[in-house]
Design a protein around this ligand. Structure first.
Ligand SMILES: [Zn+2]
Ligand SMILES: [Zn+2]
Length: 138
């Protein structure tokens, strides 16, 4: 299996006619040379984590990293740009994906508003078709 230290794959927006990327999905394998503070905390809290996953270039406040318990399955889903498979692994990983549409959308096509409670708390709104969507900061 191809097991790079860090994988970055753009997921295209699937709104008709949109040429933008919905977001870039980054998967980092544990044990790579450079880890940031966020990854350091994740590895302390989740000693069994095999790596981390992060969303780049979607909405502000959604680029937090999450622990990856099964790196092989995660890398396979990201390399095949299979948002449904990623969503099945963990439904909090890819906030740009609408499971009801089975499509990914860029931030221009979501109708989402950030809700603040002292700091950022969550996004709430709908996908382009009107399915309700909620993105929590975990
Ligand atoms: Zn939808
Ligand atoms: Zn778009």
């Amino acid at each position: 299996m191809d097991d790079p230290a860090r994988l970055r794959i753009p997921f295209p927006c699937q709104h008709d006619g949109c040429l933008r990327a919905a977001a870039i999905v980054e998967v980092s394998r544990r044990g790579q040379l450079y880890i940031n503070d966020e990854q350091d905390i994740i590895y302390r809290v989740f000693p069994d984590a095999q790596g981390t996953i992060r969303i780049i270039g979607f909405l502000p406040y959604t680029s937090f990293a999450s622990q990856v318990p099964d790196l092989a399955a995660t890398i396979l889903a990201v390399q095949s740009i299979d948002a449904a498979a990623l969503y099945a692994l963990d439904r909090t990983w890819i906030p740009f994906y609408c499971p009801d549409c089975d499509r990914s959308f860029c931030e221009d096509h979501w109708n989402l508003k950030p809700i603040f409670d002292w700091g950022f708390d969550h996004y709430s709104g709908t996908c382009p078709v009107g399915h309700p969507h909620f993105i929590d900061h975990c």
